[in-house]
Design a protein around this ligand. Structure first.
Ligand SMILES: C[S@@+](CC[C@H](N)C(=O)[O-])C[C@H]1O[C@@H](n2cnc3c(N)ncnc32)[C@H](O)[C@@H]1O
Ligand code: SF4
Length: 386
């Protein structure tokens, strides 16, 4: 019964109402961090940027069927380490988007940097190119933690990076911090958070270190903090951040004055996104389907065939879970009206699961939002939509 309901409804999408953002994957890194399972490449050589940029153009030109006459509401240069790409290339790429009239007015254009590349000159150039939001991979201000993570930047680089970035008032700034690092103390983390709070930076991505299969750390014996210590870290971080009027708005995202990442909010509010570049992911709504796609992962393979993709169709059996996995991450939830305005379809079975979640104390009434209890055990809450 339930399946038939959703099957019928999955044919009624209106893609023109669904906001579309663009993700550009710039894959190069100086070295492989032992905890990272992103799709990266450490062999950047002369001429590679030109080859990749041509493939990106080709990819974009071949994506009309996914763009469907929409303009991008945000653009995100992620990696890898985008800041290893010359500012000249970033200028070229963004100029091309302007030429093709692909960007909405006021489009948020974000760019990830490693602290080592945060220099006045580089930031000035990418701002001139059109970037209006930067995200710096600080990870920690504590040299011991950076050593444990085997980062290629120092604590001095971390301090210097936030000092330089804060001087640019015309852009939004975010930093990444990692907690739950081997031998990290609550005190060390509190210091990291305090430095962030006292800076003028308004956005924090705050990630617990995850030990992913296929990483170097996965093969080692690691002295990660206990669950109890992790909990103490989370409590301490919340206390300090809230004291500075910085609030959590998503699982790993904290902001002052609601300066949310518009790009990431579009993911969580079940918007569409086109991903270009090696291994980039997309989610595209068409009249009668929603499809998730991934590009070829290896840089050389992508360059030789940038339009090749693997598709996974979101069907009636996976739709509710796919939607819940995104929207329930939003701490304050989202209204039915807001989702409807954004072209998101709410199936009858999804409503039934919300009701069940409400009865079990996991979901709020009248809003698509996890309760405090539901948010604390978010994976379990989301799984009830399976
Ligand atoms: C693509 S990287 C950001 C830019 C740049 N490559 C860097 O590392 O500085 C995105 C962020 O993901 C986070 N990250 C990567 N792997 C992680 C892991 N295993 N656990 C927690 N956070 C991780 C880091 O905070 C990192 O800054
Ligand atoms: S954490 Fe950042 S710098 Fe390190 S390998 Fe991953 S993407 Fe590259």
């Amino acid at each position: 019964m339930q399946q038939n309901h959703s099957q019928k409804s999955l044919k009624n999408f209106n893609p023109s109402k669904v906001p579309l953002s663009l993700y550009i994957h710039l894959p190069w890194c100086e070295k492989q961090c032992p905890y990272c399972d992103f799709n990266i490449n450490t062999n950047k050589s002369e001429g590679d940027e030109d080859k990749l940029i041509n493939a990106l153009y080709q990819d974009l030109r071949g994506s009309d069927q996914y763009i469907q006459n929409r303009k991008f509401s945000s653009v995100y240069f992620g990696g890898g380490t985008p800041s290893l790409v010359s500012a000249k290339m970033i200028k070229k790429i963004l100029a091309k988007f302007q030429d093709m009239s692909l960007l909405q007015k006021g489009c948020e254009i974000s760019f990830e940097l490693n602290p080592k590349e945060v220099t006045h000159a580089y930031i000035e150039e990418i701002i001139e190119a059109g970037v209006n939001r930067i995200s710096i991979g600080i990870q920690s201000f504590d040299q011991n933690m950076l050593d444990t993570l085997e980062r290629n930047h120092s604590s001095d680089d971390s301090y210097q990076a936030i000092k330089i970035a804060s001087e640019f008032k015309e852009i939004d700034i975010s930093i990444d911090l990692i907690y739950g690092i081997m031998d990290q103390s609550v005190e060390s983390l509190k210091k990291d958070i305090q430095i962030f709070c006292e800076s003028k930076i308004s956005h924090l991505s705050f990630y617990q270190l995850t030990i992913e299969p296929n990483t170097i750390f996965y093969k080692r014996e690691l002295n990660v903090p206990s669950d109890k210590t992790i909990e103490l870290m989370e409590i301490a971080a919340k206390e300090s951040l809230n004291a500075y009027d910085i609030f959590q708005y998503e699982v790993s995202s904290w902001a002052k004055n609601n300066s949310f990442s518009k790009h990431n909010m579009n993911y969580w509010l079940y918007g569409d996104y086109l991903g270009i570049g090696p291994g980039a992911h997309s989610k595209i709504t068409e009249k009668s389907s929603i499809t998730r796609m991934i590009k070829l992962k290896k840089v050389e393979s992508y360059i030789s065939d940038p339009l090749k993709i693997t598709k996974i169709q979101i069907d009636n059996s996976s739709y509710d879970l796919d939607l819940a996995m995104n929207v329930l991450r939003v701490k304050n939830g989202v209204s039915f009206e807001e989702l409807k305005k954004r072209g998101v379809f709410i199936s009858k079975s999804f409503r039934e699961k919300l009701q069940l979640g409400y009865e079990n104390g996991l979901i709020d009434q009248n809003l698509i939002k996890a309760t405090d209890q539901g948010y604390k055990f978010l994976n379990d809450t989301i799984n009830t939509f399976n």
